[in-house]
Structures are given as C-alpha cells and as structure tokens.
Design a protein around this ligand. Structure first.
Ligand SMILES: Cc1cc2nc3c(=O)[nH]c(=O)nc-3n(C[C@H](O)[C@H](O)[C@H](O)COP(=O)(O)OP(=O)(O)OC[C@H]3O[C@@H](n4cnc5c(N)ncnc54)[C@H](O)[C@@H]3O)c2cc1C
Length: 287
C-alpha cells in the first residue's frame, strides 16, 4: 500500500498467455488488498490469446506438454493438469511416437484459464473485458483509456498485447476483396470455401502456415499447397530423441534483445562444435 493509504494499481494490457502469467504470479507473490491487478483483455477467455484460442482440433501445441508450464518451478504443472482432468482421454493422436503429449492448443488455453479462475472469482485479478485505446502519462503514473470504459489510473503498466491482428501486406492490398483471398485464417469457417482440389498459396511459412496445412490435411485436401517465405525456411521439427538443455540464459539475464541474440548464437556455435543440434540451446532459452 502507498503511504497515502491508496492501493497501487498495475494495469496489464492483453490477457493472452503473457498477461495471464504476469497476473497469476503477481497475485501469488502479493497479499490480498496490497495490489490491484487490472487485466484488460477483450476476449472472454483469459490466457488463450491468439495461439490458444484455436478452435480447430488440428491445431496443436508445437512443444511437448511436459515443457509448457505456467509455473517454471513446476515444469510438470500442465502435464499433471492433463492427467488430473483427463483432457487427453478422447484424443489418442495427442501422443507422439516417443510418448510426448502434444494436446490441441485450446486445451492449453483451458489449463491457463483454469489456473486463474479462483483469482478472478476472488477479485485478486480484475478482468476488464475491453480494449486499451491509449495510455497517457500523469504526474503519479498512467491513465489507461479503453474503447468502452471511462479509463482508469495505474501506477505501473505492463504491455502484453504481443501478436498484432492479421493484416494484409501492402503488396497484396489490391486483393483485399478478392474471392478466395483469406486474410484471417482463425476467423470462424475461414477455410470452408476451399475445395479439396484447389491449389493453395500460403504467404508466409511460420506457425500460422503450419496450422493452415494441418487444417487442410485434416479435411482431406488433395490439391497442391505452396508456402512462400522470404528466406525459404520452414519450421523445423523436434529431435528424434529428447536432448538435455544446453546453456543457462536465466542466470544474469540479458536486458537487451541484441545481447541475448549474441549469447544464443555463441551457444549454438559451441553446440555445433560439440556435435549437438540447435534443439538443446533453444530448449534452454525457453527455460
Ligand atoms: C499459430 C501459433 C501457434 C503457437 N503455438 C505455440 C506453442 O505450441 N507453444 C508455445 O510455447 N508457443 C506457441 N506460440 C507462441 C505463442 O504465441 C506464445 O507462446 C504466447 O502464447 C504469446 O502469448 P501473448 O500473451 O504474449 O500474446 P497473444 O497470444 O498475442 O495475446 C495478446 C492478447 O492481447 C490482447 N490485446 C491486443 N491488443 C490489445 C489492446 N489494445 N487492449 C487489450 N488487449 C489487447 C489480445 O486480445 C490477446 O488476447 C504460437 C504462436 C502462434 C502464432
């Protein structure tokens, strides 16, 4: 509490995984009544964001469940939740050849929402179902303006809005209203107009592209699919057998992206010299 007796407020802009995790850990490390946690998120679900709002069952997490946890000190937190809730009971395809679990992404969203539910019910975290339009500086902190509400004051603001909404690249703007030009693949029934023999061009070749291929494949698509990327690269797979993480990026963490990148590149060079693949280093970055 501030010397004035006022309870400080922290505003978190965006309630996807990042915003949900910040709110969850802040609530866990502070006592009730000592901090007001305002989480501004237009979606109904907290914790889902872009990636874990996916409704298509073909959209799965791309990291084994055992490596995805809301609580870093409890790496098996998500895997334990899966076991407790029986969330994989009707989904045998979630288990890969080496026994790792790759649940549907919406299941991870449900897990995060479940972890926060008690804190939302008790008012420790306040979900403002709204969109932040502007943030202004005041003598004492910030004023956060939202689309629907009157706005509110905050002592600290955390930006967790991350993925921008899908936008049409300028070079393709003239196609905006063209038939069969799909601009948001996560919109309901976005791919329903694609016939099984259609030739499909995917602009971009990252995780969203992988989702489109998975969706088309699940629908029995037979036509040619071509994905374009500036560097000709595509997402790379997991190692055939799990490898131990290499490097420690959390001890004396870097504060600048460029410095972190150099450190990662240094570890990648050392891994290659030792005959190891990049997977071990990227796993350590996640940790
Ligand atoms: C297709 C895809 C698949 C992925 N799969 C995985 C995976 O399997 N495993 C993994 O570890 N990572 C995965 N990722 C990476 C994943 O996105 C991140 O791990 C993480 O979910 C990012 O969460 P976030 O909260 O930072 O961002 P987002 O998910 O983008 O959430 C941001 C939130 O902010 C809200 N928001 C935006 N603007 C405003 C505003 N003005 N006011 C208020 N709220 C706002 C949005 O509604 C949204 O809910 C994937 C990413 C993509 C794109």
């Amino acid at each position: 509490m501030k010397p004035s007796g006022r309870i400080p407020t922290i505003a978190i802009v965006g309630g996807g995984f990042t915003g949900a995790a910040v709110a969850f850990h802040l609530a866990g490390r502070t006592s009730a009544g000592s901090l007001r946690i305002e989480l501004v998120e237009p979606r109904e679900a907290i914790g889902a964001g872009l990636a874990y709002s996916a409704t298509d069952p073909a959209h799965r997490i791309n990291v084994p469940a055992a490596k995805m946890s809301l609580i870093p000190e409890e790496p098996s937190h998500f895997a334990d939740w899966l076991g407790r809730t029986g969330a994989l009971q009707d989904d045998p395809a979630a288990i890969s050849a080496d026994g790792s679990a790759f649940p549907q992404r919406r299941v991870f969203g449900r897990y995060v929402a479940d972890a926060l539910q008690g804190l939302l019910d008790s008012g420790r975290i306040i979900h403002r179902r709204d969109r932040v339009g502007a943030i202004g500086r005041t003598a004492r902190g910030f004023v956060v303006s939202t689309d629907a509400g009157p706005g509110f004051s905050a002592d600290v603001v955390v930006l967790a809005a991350t993925h921008p909404r899908p936008a049409i690249p300028p070079a393709l703007a003239h196609l905006a209203n063209a038939d069969q030009f799909i601009t948001d693949v996560y919109a309901p029934a976005a791919l329903s107009g694609v016939r099984s023999s259609d030739r499909v061009l995917i602009v971009g070749n990252g995780l969203t592209s992988a989702d489109i291929v998975a969706s088309l494949d699940a629908r029995g698509h037979a036509g040619r699919i071509v994905a374009l990327s500036r560097h000709g690269l595509r997402s790379m797979g997991h190692p055939p057998v799990p490898v131990p993480a290499r490097g420690d990026f959390s001890r004396s963490p870097e504060r600048k992206a460029g410095a972190l990148l150099s450190r990662i590149r240094g570890e990648l060079t050392a891994a290659a010299a030792a005959g190891e693949t990049w997977h071990s280093v990227l796993d350590a970055v996640r940790d």
